[in-house]
Design a protein. Structure first.
Length: 203
């Protein structure tokens, strides 16, 4: 958008300035407003008090975002934003169809980020369930100089079913644990090389 295109709407804008690392918005702060990034970058993320933050997208100059979501926004740089009442933004979409393209791009990035978060959470939960299963099986395992050797009597499909995941997810988890030096697959056997490290891996 060019300044002249939005000139007639500027009287409805509330401009705000934030310093780098400031929280720009959080759930419930601006429920009836649209954010227009005038300058700078804002990281949009989720925080569920799990000790982790899940980034959905990064807003840049010209991007728009809705204040009614349950996401947080933090300034990556010094930031200037305009708060636009929702009803005014609806009128702007009619007059300035170019806004739609920016909105679609932001929504696409946020959706991709949301899917990445969901996949990560599912992967972690499946990993924790697998580790719990291996801990149970390790009680009947063979203690060797290399670690605890477990005989695998189930197929990969059966194991993935037991932890509520797919065979591919199971394979990816085993690859991750192998790269970390915690386990080693040996045909119908699994060697747990670092039992304590395995227990703490997904915590």
């Amino acid at each position: 958008m060019q300044p002249k295109e939005i000139k007639k709407y500027r009287k409805y804008f509330q401009e705000l300035i934030f310093n780098k690392k400031d929280i720009v918005f959080y759930p419930g702060k601006y429920p009836n407003s649209i954010f227009l990034i005038l300058d700078g970058k804002v990281r949009v993320f989720l925080n569920y008090n799990l000790g982790k933050e899940f980034t959905l997208t990064v807003l840049e100059s010209g991007d728009v975002y809705s204040g009614h979501t349950r996401a947080f926004g933090q300034a990556i740089t010094d930031v200037k934003i305009a708060l636009i009442p929702i009803e005014v933004f609806r009128a702007m979409l009619t007059d300035l169809p170019g806004l739609v393209f920016g909105l679609v791009n932001v929504l696409g990035d946020a959706l991709k980020g949301s899917i990445d978060v969901i996949e990560g959470l599912v992967f972690d939960e499946a990993g924790m369930r697998l580790i719990a299963l291996l801990q149970e099986w390790s009680r009947d395992g063979e203690t060797t100089d290399e670690g605890i050797l477990i005989r695998l009597e189930l197929t990969r499909e059966e194991m993935s079913s037991m932890i509520g995941s797919t065979r591919q997810t199971l394979a990816n988890i085993f690859k991750e644990l192998s790269r970390a030096g915690l386990v080693e697959l040996k045909q119908k056997k699994l060697l747990i090389k670092d039992f304590e490290g395995l227990k703490a891996f997904y915590k």
